[in-house]
Design a protein around this ligand. Structure first.
Ligand code: PGA
Length: 266
């Protein structure tokens, strides 16, 4: 099948809702998303689909997914670097584990920018997630200024090295390359730009976690992904999926992104 990487990595389409949809809206949304994908005969074994709602929605989404045996995955948008204690407002990886959350986004550029998360904190969050069986979706990406100063891959490569620095034995991580200039701007990277950086990021995974893990690691592209540009990214050998923000809040659009194989060749 065009666009499939046979015997290789299962594609991954992840919806980062950011601070949108309360728990009631989340339930209606996930139900409709599951129906839409089921109507389209979505093959979850070829393309995994997951949603990343706000913390207050996660229990409701988990209940729905397990109760109705939906094949959708889910995760949180952040996690504390600490496991428990006097950290007002934070959420432990233990709590995500207790909810059976398969994933957590770590180091999103909005966390780095608005909450001043450092590479060191992100490395701790990655480590604590892995230690508690929650797979981190590690976000890296350069700003427009970085791009001008250092070129396309220097900053994301350095961020990924730092993020993995406390997790040497890890076998299961997801990496998301999200150029900051492409997030929410309507100005996506080109598939070639995404591939160029994704390839460098795979080398970093190989360097830190070994070649076998690097081969199995999904590297996503994020930043203004839509149904009209998704196929070009997934055609790249090192791009295995997408982290979708704005377009993940529109059920038809997100389902269409998840069905990217239908657009390959278009
Ligand atoms: P966007 O956001 O798809 O709205 O550009 C992507 C992200 O921030 O993960």
């Amino acid at each position: 099948m065009a666009g499939v990487k046979p015997g290789e990595r299962v594609a991954f389409i992840a919806g980062n809702w950011k601070m949108n949809l309360d728990h009631l809206q989340a339930i209606a949304f996930v139900q409709k998303l599951a129906w839409t994908l089921s109507d389209a005969r979505h093959d979850y074994s070829a393309t995994e689909v997951a949603v990343f709602p706000p913390f207050t929605d996660i229990r409701s989404v988990q209940n729905l997914i397990t109760g109705d045996k939906l094949e959708l995955g889910f995760g949180a948008q952040d996690v504390s670097a600490h496991l428990s204690g006097a950290y007002t407002g934070e959420i432990s990886a233990l709590f995500l584990k207790a909810l059976g959350a398969p994933y957590v986004i770590v180091g999103h550029s909005e966390r780095r920018q608005y909450h001043h998360e450092s590479d060191e904190q992100i490395a701790e969050k990655v480590a604590v997630s892995i230690q508690n069986d929650v797979v981190p979706v590690i976000c890296v990406g350069e700003t427009a200024e970085d791009l001008e100063l250092y070129g396309p891959s220097a900053v994301p490569v350095a961020q990924l090295r730092a993020a993995l620095s406390l997790s040497e034995g890890a076998t299961n991580v997801v990496v998301a390359y999200e150029p900051v200039w492409a997030i929410g701007s309507g100005q996506a990277a080109t598939p070639e730009q995404a591939e160029q950086v994704a390839e460098q990021l795979r080398y970093v995974v190989a360097e830190v976690l070994g070649g076998e893990v690097a081969d199995a690691t999904r590297i996503l592209y994020g930043g203004s992904v839509k149904s009209t540009n998704i196929a070009g990214f997934l055609r790249q050998p090192n791009v295995d999926g997408a982290l979708v923000g704005g377009a993940s809040l529109d059920i038809a659009e997100f389902a269409s992104i998840a069905q990217f194989r239908k657009h390959v060749g278009t």
